[in-house]
Ligand binder design. Structure first.
Ligand code: GUN
Length: 285
């Protein structure tokens, strides 16, 4: 048996079409075009690609996007000044600061400075708190994208044991919180594993849904997966100029019932959810 391959490109394209229709309706009613301001500091080539993909997706959906590109030696104060300007700009609805930032800049300080009403990544403590309490203003893009993939794959999440590998603020922690909420693609029993977890394979082998977000190429091997599990790979790792996920796709697709590829799985979904949040931010204005 070979697993169903969950095609994130197809699912994301359908969602983007729906967002495009919603953007057009909102613009016709309000006279406002949603506007995302992207901030890119330094010359990390991967970050430049991500930001370009996000901007392209905006264009295709009828969302205005502007890019604020700053040199690698930008100081924290200079970046905070730009954030303050964007916070105050009435025609900017969403602000995206691409991570990682250069080492002289404290990421938390910068993310805390983005006004919560424009925080389309859902990184601000206020928005994370609202999400955890089950009354979200925005949903974090990657975890929300994973939920949409689970829905598209027809996965039974309610009552399932979901194991999340990784406890990052961007994926692991919010992912686990969202899966445990009441709601669609949620109501799961959730275990979070991390680098100090003991007997990792014993836990991952109990997962009905296994979500890998640890940033280690091909870390999850077939012996760590329960036959019939749904495996979602959030990792994007560069190995010899090739992109690979956190799971060993070739062997696990013979064990799992469904699996996401890298690239073409979670990545396009993150961008689609960012577009959704940008429309939401414009509607909140
Ligand atoms: N860097 C890696 N993932 C992300 C993300 O989802 N948002 C931003 N802003 N930067 C990132």
């Amino acid at each position: 048996m070979s697993a169903q391959i969950i095609d994130g490109r197809v699912v994301a394209a359908e969602i983007r079409e729906q967002i495009g229709r919603d953007v057009a309706r909102f613009a016709a009613q309000s006279g406002v075009t949603p506007h995302l301001a992207a901030v890119l500091v330094g010359d990390d080539p991967a970050s430049a690609v991500y930001v370009r993909n996000k901007q392209r997706a905006c264009e295709k959906t009828g969302i205005l996007s502007t890019l604020h590109r700053l040199p690698a030696e930008t100081t924290e104060a200079e970046l905070l000044e730009l954030i303050a300007t964007l916070n105050a700009a009435a025609d900017v609805h969403g602000i995206l600061v691409q991570l990682p930032l250069p080492s002289q800049i404290n990421e938390q300080t910068v993310l805390d400075a983005v006004t919560p009403l424009k925080d389309v990544d859902c990184f601000h403590a206020e928005n994370v708190g609202l999400m955890v309490q089950g009354r979200p203003r925005f949903l974090p893009c990657t975890p929300h994208g994973v939920q949409q993939l689970l829905i598209a794959a027809g996965t039974q999440v309610a009552g399932a044991h979901a194991v999340v590998l990784g406890r990052s603020e961007i994926v692991g922690k919010p992912m686990a919180m969202m899966l445990v909420q009441r709601g669609e693609a949620a109501n799961a029993t959730v275990t979070i594993c991390h680098s100090l977890t003991k007997n990792l394979a014993e836990i991952t082998c109990q997962a009905d849904i296994l979500i890998a977000a640890i940033g280690k190429a091909n870390f999850v091997t077939a012996d760590m997966v329960k036959p019939g599990a749904v495996v979602i790979d959030v990792g994007i790792n560069r190995v010899d100029d090739k992109l690979v996920g956190d799971v060993d796709f070739e062997s696990i697709k013979e064990v799992a019932s469904a699996i996401t590829p890298v690239p073409g799985g979670v990545g396009p979904m993150t961008i689609a959810m960012l577009l959704r949040n940008t429309l939401t931010a414009a509607q909140l204005r």
